[in-house]
Design a protein around this ligand. Structure first.
Ligand SMILES: Cc1cc2nc3c(=O)[nH]c(=O)nc-3n(C[C@H](O)[C@H](O)[C@H](O)COP(=O)(O)OP(=O)(O)OC[C@H]3O[C@@H](n4cnc5c(N)ncnc54)[C@H](O)[C@@H]3O)c2cc1C
Length: 591
């Protein structure tokens, strides 16, 4: 099925609900008028459907190939041309800084394009995605000379970037890094070590690959406080010589087969320090925070494609008769979309996808305000929400992205399990997003262990103020009561996690994953409430797209009836404490 970008939903969310129609009033985004934003969205939708999607299955079937003699990697047929079309169209540089050739458009637009790219071809999108993270890290932490050497080529997509953290003995715990950087006389460094699972570590899409590498300097502390960040290009920009960083092989994976996941051997490769010595984690976090939001969009993108496929199938596939009487009396059977159980699965996909899109764009909008608002207080408030919600977007959108893809497969029955239909690939591709960029368990620990306490609880305080203000302003609105109950659950859970976590950090850690989920469901409930209020106002005024607006009201009802009630048992889960999680003795696990 041809991918259809969810343009009406995006316009409703952006301009009618989230107020992005006024974004162009901020000096930094003066070009981002609703017309321009709409044109960008429409063009991105076409690119996704016409150029990227046709290569998605090709990428899965062909995968990437490694030549051990040359250490080179070949990407699937058509990827190079599509990547070059993507770069030439400026899609890689949409929100990149203008002084280095970017278009400086709002980050929210980048989020939207990320969703479309991942709906149509997540593997291909990853090459540009990692490059974008490298641009941000270099822009924020690199010296002027490094910026001048690398940024323009990265922004144009002529060169791509990578993020090199993981090593065989070191995944989540980066303190265990063994890659070393030794100073050279000319101020550069020799980087020596092996990195694994490096996305886009070697490929044939671009002329140069710029690796951002975490490594330790001689005598550095043996913890994350002793890590520095280095830039190590595959080809040295001054001399054009090949730097000794070589691909040692490719991973064989269950999904995203068109994305090259590489072992990289740094053999005294020449590198340059980015930022200060031993401050590499801070610089890398610029890249990781951005990448976490992008990975959240991968979850949503795949879930949207799965929804479109399963909806199309459910309208066509004839099986059984509707419980309420034949819906297709002239045919041999009714389309399966008449069956309540099939509708339940489709509704879950539709309502969660639209809610997740609202959460993502709400966060994107805060990101835009955090960099572009003229008032420092407003910038800080927006940044607080971005920091708080980044792990929530990453974990919830990828958990539910995978669950929704899986649900979509179920709608297809046996067909979904075969390679004749794209669902099985979507499920396989979606799975990784819950793991990389910090597993979803680690996102939950970041939320509970770091974000809740940051600045004396200021971040979570901002969220509660936002929710309370909305509840107060819309006391008579539909869904007020269930939203207020979910907010109360989140408040109770926060007090429990903060109080018990202070006495015993293991209590907070055991509650972290359900707590993150509770926050996601509550913030999405707030956004469904806002969507329903706007939909009703527009219907009352006789304005807008009636089918979309009436659908929003039904969808909001589904969210509050069928999905939000999970918040009650999440609170029960959290406050039941750690005992049953932690109490088994070693012998009891497999007795
Ligand atoms: C396809 C693919 C692409 C990747 N791309 C990149 C890339 O471009 N660059 C890069 O550097 N890396 C990359 N990675 C690596 C990825 O980021 C790691 O796999 C991930 O961070 C988890 O590390 P790990 O696999 O070593 O798991 P481990 O750290 O061994 O964790 C195993 C399990 O234990 C849990 N766990 C570990 N520590 C804790 C803790 N303290 N508290 C609670 N739970 C814990 C984890 O949540 C997980 O469930 C990629 C991986 C894959 C598979």
């Amino acid at each position: 099925m041809r991918y259809q970008a969810p343009i009406s939903d995006l316009q409703f969310l952006l301009f009618d609900v989230l107020g992005a129609d006024t974004l162009h009033q901020l000096e930094r985004y003066r070009d981002a008028t609703p017309d321009i934003m709409t044109a960008v969205i429409e063009e991105a939708g076409k690119l996704a459907a016409d150029v990227l999607q046709p290569l998605n299955k090709v990428g899965d079937q062909q995968g990437c190939h490694y030549d051990p003699k040359t250490h080179e990697v070949t990407t699937p047929q058509g990827f190079r041309d599509a990547y070059q079309q993507f770069s030439a169209g400026g899609w890689a540089s949409l929100d990149a800084p203008t002084e280095f050739g970017g278009q400086g458009l709002p980050h929210t637009l980048k989020f939207i394009v990320d969703e479309m790219v991942c709906s149509s071809n997540m593997s291909l999108g990853m090459y540009a995605g990692l490059t974008h993270g490298a641009i941000s890290a270099l822009y924020a932490h690199g010296c002027e000379q490094l910026k001048a050497t690398y940024l323009e080529k990265l922004v144009s997509g002529e060169w791509t970037g990578t993020m090199c953290l993981t090593e065989p003995q070191c995944g989540t715990d980066l303190g265990l890094i063994r890659t070393r950087a030794t100073p050279r006389a000319d101020g550069s460094y020799s980087v020596e070590g092996t990195k694994i699972w490096i996305t886009g570590g070697e490929h044939d899409l671009a002329d140069n690959i710029v690796h951002l590498v975490l490594a330790k300097l001689p005598g550095a502390p043996d913890t994350t406080k002793g890590i520095s960040l280095f830039i190590v290009p595959k080809v040295l920009p001054d001399s054009g010589e090949r730097n000794p960083v070589f691909c040692g092989g490719l991973e064989h994976k269950m999904g995203i087969k068109g994305s090259a996941t590489c072992v990289l051997n740094f053999e005294q490769a020449q590198g340059w320090l980015v930022g200060a010595e031993n401050d590499g984690m801070r610089a890398m976090f610029t890249m990781m925070n951005e990448a976490r939001l992008m990975v959240g969009m991968q979850g949503l993108g795949i879930a949207e494609m799965a929804y479109q496929e399963s909806l199309g199938f459910a309208r066509e596939r004839l099986q059984g008769r509707a419980v309420s009487g034949p819906g297709n009396p002239d045919g041999p059977a009714d389309p399966i979309i008449v069956h309540p159980d099939v509708r339940r699965m489709l509704m879950r996909q539709k309502v969660l996808n639209e809610g997740m899109r609202a959460l993502a764009l709400f966060t994107g909008r805060q990101l835009d305000l955090s960099v572009a608002h003229p008032d420092a207080g407003e910038r800080e408030a927006a940044d607080d929400l971005v920091q708080l919600l980044t792990p929530v977007v990453k974990a919830f959108l990828t958990d539910e992205g995978f669950n929704n893809a899986n649900q979509g497969l179920q709608v297809l029955g046996g067909a979904g399990f075969t390679t004749d239909w794209p669902l099985e690939q979507l499920v396989r591709d979606a799975r990784i997003a819950r793991i990389y960029e910090g597993t979803n368990g680690i996102q939950a620990l970041d939320l509970v262990g770091r974000k809740l306490g940051l600045h004396g609880g200021r971040l979570i305080g901002r969220l509660f103020t936002l929710l309370a203000t909305h509840l107060q302003a819309h006391a008579d609105a539909p869904f007020h009561q269930p939203l207020a109950a979910a907010v109360k659950s989140l408040e109770d859970a926060t007090a429990w996690v903060a109080g018990r976590g202070m006495e015993d950090p293991e209590q907070a850690a055991a509650a972290a994953a359900p707590y993150l989920r509770l926050m996601a469901l509550t913030v999405i409930a707030y956004l469904w409430s806002r969507m329903a209020i706007v939909a009703q106002q527009q219907l009352d005024a006789g304005a807008g797209n009636t089918a979309l607006l009436e659908g929003k009201l039904v969808s909001a009802q589904f969210y509050f009836d069928k999905l939000l009630p999970e918040s009650s048992w999440l609170l029960a889960d959290i406050t039941s404490g750690k005992h049953s999680v932690m109490a088994l003795s070693d012998a009891q696990w497999d007795a």
